[in-house]
Design a protein around this ligand. Structure first.
Ligand SMILES: Cc1cc2nc3c(=O)[nH]c(=O)nc-3n(C[C@H](O)[C@H](O)[C@H](O)COP(=O)(O)O)c2cc1C
Length: 192
């Protein structure tokens, strides 16, 4: 069975740049025969968190939350594509992810970060590791950092230089290993 992978974006800005990295990663995942779903917070228009998904009586959660619950539950792993807002995680990412919890347990979340400048969103990437850990995921060591996101991909979505291409193989190798290892482990048993 192929791996089901969700790529989760972080921004609801009209001119958000993260989609370019998400589409590139989606292509690279498809080359590995993963089933990929891109989760763009813009498409869900979630309010700031009131109730988590699990707090709604069965069948009464807003449609967007039901759909996200299904996608996240059937995912074997996640790739977080995060920008950096004021040295921190964008609120659209944390708000979307905060609505769920058990859906993520014992699965890997690989971290891609980007920013407009040379820092590659690394400060938000470091915070993402803590955040994702608390949500029950493990994070592979390698972070795929993308500097100068506005010019990092050409009009066809290809990386403008070879640095991203040279890093993405190892990034996805680590992620795929964790996704397969944890999928097998989850099928045998889960801690109570
Ligand atoms: C509210 C806000 C805060 C930002 N803070 C940072 C920052 O701390 N470090 C940085 O390198 N870039 C920062 N930027 C620039 C972003 O890296 C750049 O705008 C990027 O495209 C944002 O991601 P998005 O396009 O997906 O929304 C900030 C941008 C916004 C809108």
């Amino acid at each position: 069975m192929p791996l089901n992978i969700s790529i989760i974006l972080s921004s609801v800005r009209e001119k958000s740049q993260g989609i370019k990295a998400a589409k590139y990663l989606s292509e690279k995942c498809s080359e590995r025969k993963f089933n990929v779903t891109i989760i763009d917070p813009k498409e869900y228009n979630l309010p700031l968190l009131d109730k988590m998904f699990k707090e709604y009586p069965k069948g009464t959660a807003p449609e967007g939350l039901e759909k996200l619950h299904e996608i996240l539950t059937s995912s074997d792993g996640y790739i977080i594509v995060t920008g950096e807002y004021n040295h921190s995680l964008p609120p659209a990412l944390t708000n979307l992810m905060d609505h769920f919890r058990e859906e993520y347990f014992f699965k890997p979340a690989a971290i891609t970060s980007y920013s407009g400048g040379p820092i590659m969103g690394m400060r938000s990437a470091v915070q993402a590791r803590v955040f994702l850990g608390e949500l029950g995921m493990v994070t592979p060591r390698m972070i795929l950092g993308i500097p100068g996101i506005h010019k990092a991909f050409d009009s066809e979505g290809k990386p403008a230089d070879d640095v991203i291409n040279s890093k993405v193989k190892k990034f996805l190798d680590e992620f795929e290993w964790y996704a397969n290892a944890l999928k097998e482990a989850r099928s045998k048993s889960m801690p109570g």
